[in-house]
Design a protein around this ligand. Sequence first.
Ligand code: GDP
Length: 308
Amino acid sequence: MILALAGGTGGSKIVDGLAQVVGQDDLVAIVNTGDDGDFYGLRVCPDLDINMYVLARVVDGRGWGFADDTFRCLEGLETYGNEAWFGLGDRDLATHLHRTARLAEGLPLSEVTRELCDRLGVAARLLPMTDDTVRTRIRTTSGEHSFQEYLVRDGASEDIERIEMRGVASSHPAPGVIEAIEAADRVVICPSSPIVSIGTILAVPGVRPALAARRDEVVAISPIVVNAPVEGPAARFLAGAGYRECSAVQMARLYADVAGTFVLDEQDVARVPVLEDFGVRARATEIVMREPADRPRLAEFALNAVTA
Ligand code: GDP
């Protein structure tokens, strides 16, 4: 079995690639839930849903949400004076309605996720990092914001003073999380945000030591090329967490205790000896996934890098 640790947009590309290389039956993914939130009384889990829709082959071309969705309900909510900056399509809302109802019946998120995946024909196992409530809170000069308010509503336009993963210290790994880390043949840390996607998963008590015990089988893929993320505001999150440097070297350092192997971009090939100096096996390739075929290619490269 191959295990992935994933956030949303960047993570799901490699989860997709791994599914194509090893098959969904042999794939488990532990997914960040710190970005989850409640909209109009409904529980929305953006990272779980991106991965689920990608694996179910129903994802929209833009990379999130259901393909060809309509937004009539959201338009109606706006008519009634509600804020409508988070794009929840009509078909997508069915996922959140069903999830919220099942959670209210007392099912844990991991069980509801399994039910949604089964119904959508996803054979891979998607595990929320925890069934407990963990919420990433972002403090800027204008105040404290939820993750989605900061990223989607405000376009990550302000520098971050502080990032809090509220609830994480008292959270427990969801059923199957530690078992999957222990049983995996290889573990791939996807090129997701190192602070607010992977960092949140690693902060769930028990996850980091379990991964550290498997360090030789763990490979991380850089989300950063030279001094910039492939896309998105990862540099702001790094700075907000106290890391001034945004680079593959910084990434490899952040993961050095849990990932014995690190995949960085060929433009960063000169940094390979730097990584090897602090005990990380480094392999360089093209890490920007522009075309669909880049996903299985990079996934396979990462899996092979563990032993190559
Ligand atoms: P979020 O939860 O939706 O923010 O998504 P993730 O945390 O999973 O992914 C965000 C990260 O993915 C960003 O830091 C990007 O640099 C990275 N990313 C996006 N596309 C690619 C890609 O094609 N290749 C690599 N290596 N990283 C990518």
